[in-house]
Design a protein around this ligand. Sequence first.
Ligand code: UDP
Length: 328
Amino acid sequence: MQVLITGGAGFIGSHLADAHIKRGDTVVALDDLSTGREENVAHLKSSGKFKLVKGSVLEREIVAGLMQDCALCYHLAAAVGVYTIVEKPLNSLMTNLKGTEVVLELADKYRKKILLASTSEVYGKSNKFPFREDDDTLMGATDKSRWSYAYAKAVDEFMALAYYQEKKLPVIIVRFFNTVGPRQTGRYGMVIPNFVRQALLNEAITIFGDGHQSRCFTYVGDVVEAVMRLAETPQALGQVVNVGNNSQEISIEDLAKKIIELTRSKSRLIYIPYTKAYPLGFEDMERRVPDLFKIKSLINFQPKTQLDEILELIIADKKKKLGDLYKY
Ligand code: UDP
């Protein structure tokens, strides 16, 4: 089977490509390399089953050609990371709205199954925990540009559901909850790659706010397994499904301490007020916990990889990447 992964050179996309190739499929990755990186997929070139097409989901002709040839499309291409969204809100909105519009329109034209990546950000500041797919959402004001990502992804979900309802397009929507693992970069704000890098270099660990905000982190390998199985599950069509980890919720301050311990780092913690950490237009979420009832009933999914193990894998990957910068 040929699989199209938009955003296939990105962090999650490249792991998904690995898994499909391992299963014997052919993968075409479409990526504009804005946040994706060629090095994430360089090892796949020798498989003879992988092709990287450098281009954007906004380029209709390119998407049309690739859509025709595939049996299944994962739409992961998006402007991601808090820094990207806050610093380039216009570009982010265009990619996240228009890009999805193009992908859905062409999937419909060629009648291809689509799995659309959405985000736990759509739950916004809701304080009803855990977050269930049919819960109300509570997004922030439009003058805080961080929320433009959540609003755009929510509209993407509406579009996909409308295609499902009106055109019977086979779509599945997944909401990712803090997916982490090797290859994720801290460049766009993600906390674990940043903390691990800082710890390995014995630099101060930058906690934004008081560090009491918490997250549940999900290993990318578990996420990949979940989406591949959902894509093969007829009952998942037309559904919005949380993909995350509901155990091992941890505060950002405790996460920093854990990373210091695991890396035997000499780093100290510093607390940076949000106003300094991000440009104007930011607002954080205090907690984020997924309800996994739906994914459990659809594919009997339970994330396997525990936080310590995830961190060890990330630390090993980061040490390799830092090379000479990291001194034992
Ligand atoms: N964060 C932090 N220091 C950093 C990067 C992030 O304290 O260097 C915090 C951030 O403010 C948020 C949490 O870590 O509360 C998770 O951030 P991330 O961007 O990884 O994911 P989010 O859950 O915000 O999408």
